[in-house]
Design a protein around this ligand. Structure first.
Ligand code: SF4
Ligand code: SF4
Length: 439
C-alpha cells in the first residue's frame, strides 16, 4: 500500500539496487503467482511487474496501456510477498503503480469513473449504501431477480453483465449498525476492553456475521464499544487507485475510535483489518495523525487472532458428530496479516469438527476486492480452481474470514454445483454457542 503518490514517488518505494539484482536471479515467487500461472509470461509475474515499475520510475520505460493492463491484471493477492525471501513489499509497489497509471489517463476512463463513483459515493457513505442495499433487497425479494436470471435478458446487453449480476450478495434482513448498541456489556465480569469496526459491506450484506461476532465477544467477557461515527476502512479505495480518499476515511476512523478507552479493536473482515493495520504506515508522514495512527493500528486484531491469542473458555456445544470442515485463507489474512495458524487452531479446537486441510488453501479465490466484478473472466479461472479443491475435500462447510471471499465462493457453489456451505468461522462458533444455551 502507498501514500498519496506521484510518479516520482514510485522511486522512493523501489527496493534497494542489491535486492533488484537478487530479484533478477531469484524468481521464487513465480510459482505462487496466479496471473503468471495463467499466462506463463514474465510480464505477468511479480518479478516482471517489479521490473516494469522500476523502469517506469526511473524513466527507462514509457507509461503505456500495457503497463496499466499488467498492473490491473495483478490480483494484489500478495502471495508473492509471502514467498519472497528478500522481503520485497510488492503490494505497495503495484498499488502505487496503479495510481500512476490512472493519473496518466491509461485504462478505461469509463471504468475508472464508475469505480470512483461507486466507491466514493456509495460504498463509503453509510446512508447511500443502505439506500442502495434497500433497492437491491426489493429487487431480490420481489422476484424480479429470479425473472431476470431465468430469462437471461441481461445476456442481450452483455454476457459478463449477466454473470456479474449473479455475484450480488443477499442483503441482510436488518443492518447491523441499528442492532449493535454503542456499548455492549458481557453478562459476567469484564475481562477485556474491546472496540468493534462493523465495516461497510459487512454492515449491510453480512450483518449476521457482525451480530455473531458481538455475541461471541460478549461470551468471552468483552465490553465492546462500537462508535456510531466510524466509517468504511478505505481499503477498496486504497487498492483501486484512490488513496487520497482512503486516507480521509482513515483519519475519520482514527478520530472516531480515539475518543474511547479500549485495548483491542476487533475486525471480522480480513481486508478491513489488513488496511487498518496499515494506517500506521500510510499516515507516517502526517504530522497530525502519525502518532495517533500508530496507536490505532497497534490495537487492531482479527477476531480469529484475538480468540487464538487470548484463549477464552467458550464452552461450546458440538453441532453433531464429526462435521467435516475446511478452511480457505483470505489473501488479506494470510499474506497481508500473516495470520494462518490462528484460525486453524480455533477450528481444530471446536467440538465435533473434523478438520480437512484444503489443497492450495492460500491460493486466491479471485475475489480480490472488486477484481471479480471488473475482471470477471480472469477471476473465474481462479474460482474454478478453488472450487475443484474445495470439492475434493468432501467438506460440508468451508470457512473463511473475508466477505469478498465468502461472496466469491458462494458464487462458485452455484456456478460449479458444489455441495458445501460457506460461512465465517465466527458463525460456526455462534451456532455452537446457541446449542449450548439451549441445553
Ligand atoms: S500480488 Fe498475486 S497476482 Fe499480483 S504479482 Fe503477486 S502473486 Fe501475482
Ligand atoms: S521472491 Fe522476491 S526477490 Fe525473488 S523474484 Fe520474487 S520478488 Fe524478487
Amino acid at each position: 500500500m502507498h501514500k498519496e503518490i506521484s510518479r516520482k514517488e514510485l522511486l522512493k518505494i523501489l527496493p534497494h539496487d542489491d535486492i533488484l539484482q537478487q530479484c533478477m536471479h531469484c524468481g521464487l515467487c513465480l510459482a505462487t503467482c496466479p496471473t503468471y500461472d495463467i499466462t506463463k509470461l514474465e510480464r505477468s509475474s511479480p518479478r516482471g511487474r517489479i521490473f516494469m515499475i522500476k523502469s517506469v520510475a526511473r524513466g527507462e520505460m514509457e507509461l503505456s496501456e500495457s503497463f496499466s493492463e499488467e498492473m490491473n491484471f495483478c490480483l494484489d493477492c500478495q502471495a508473492c510477498e509471502t514467498a519472497c525471501p528478500a522481503g520485497v513489499k510488492y503490494g505497495r509497489m503495484v498499488e502505487a503503480a496503479r495510481v500512476v497509471a490512472d493519473e496518466a489517463g491509461f485504462g478505461s476512463k469509463m471504468e475508472i469513473a464508475l469505480k470512483r463513483f461507486a466507491l466514493r459515493r456509495i460504498v463509503a457513505s453509510r446512508k447511500a449504501l443502505k439506500l442502495f442495499s434497500w433497492f437491491l433487497k426489493i429487487y431480490q425479494k420481489s422476484g424480479l431477480q429470479k425473472i431476470i436470471q431465468k430469462t437471461g435478458i441481461l445476456k442481450l446487453i452483455s454476457k459478463n453483465l449477466f454473470e456479474i449480476e449473479t455475484l450480488s450478495p443477499v442483503i441482510s434482513e436488518k443492518f447491523s449498525d441499528t442492532q449493535i448498541k454503542e456499548i455492549e456489556m458481557p453478562e459476567g465480569e469484564v475481562k477485556y476492553k474491546t472496540a468493534f469496526h462493523f465495516g461497510c459491506l459487512m454492515n449491510t450484506m453480512f450483518a449476521d456475521i457482525n451480530l455473531d461476532t458481538i455475541d461471541v465477544l460478549k461470551k468471552c467477557g468483552c465490553k465492546i464499544i462500537t462508535p456510531k461515527d466510524q466509517v468504511c476502512c478505505g481499503s477498496l479505495m486504497g487498492h483501486n487507485g484512490d488513496m487520497k480518499f482512503a486516507l480521509e476515511l482513515a483519519r475519520k476512523n482514527i478520530d472516531a475510535f480515539d475518543k474511547h478507552d479500549y485495548d483491542f479493536l476487533i475486525s471480522n473482515s480480513a481486508g478491513c483489518g489488513a488496511f487498518m493495520k496499515d494506517y500506521a504506515h500510510l499516515l507516517e508522514d502526517d504530522p497530525e495523525y502519525a502518532e495517533k495512527a500508530k496507536k490505532f493500528s497497534s490495537k487492531i486484531k482479527d477476531i480469529t487472532e484475538f480468540l487464538s491469542e487470548e484463549k477464552p473458555d467458550l464452552n461450546l456445544a458440538s453441532l453433531n458428530e464429526n462435521i467435516k470442515v475446511t478452511y480457505h485463507d483470505a489473501c488479506h489474512l494470510v499474506h497481508a496479516q500473516k495470520i494462518a495458524n490462528q484460525p486453524r487452531n480455533i477450528i481444530k479446537s471446536l467440538p465435533g469438527v473434523e478438520y480437512i486441510e484444503l489443497e492450495e488453501a492460500s491460493w486466491c479465490c479471485g475475489s480480490a476486492g472488486i477484481y471479480n466484478v471488473v475482471r470477471y473472466n480472469d477471476a473465474l479461472i481462479q474460482l474454478e480452481r478453488k472450487m475443484k479443491n474445495i470439492s475434493n475435500t468432501g467438506a460440508e462447510i468451508v470457512l473463511t474470514g473475508n466477505p469478498g471471499c465468502m461472496g466469491q465462493i458462494k458464487h462458485g457453489v452455484k456456478k460449479f454445483n458444489v455441495n458445501v456451505e460457506v460461512i465465517h468461522p465466527i458463525t460456526l462458533m455462534k451456532r455452537m454457542l446457541q446449542l449450548k444455551q439451549a441445553d
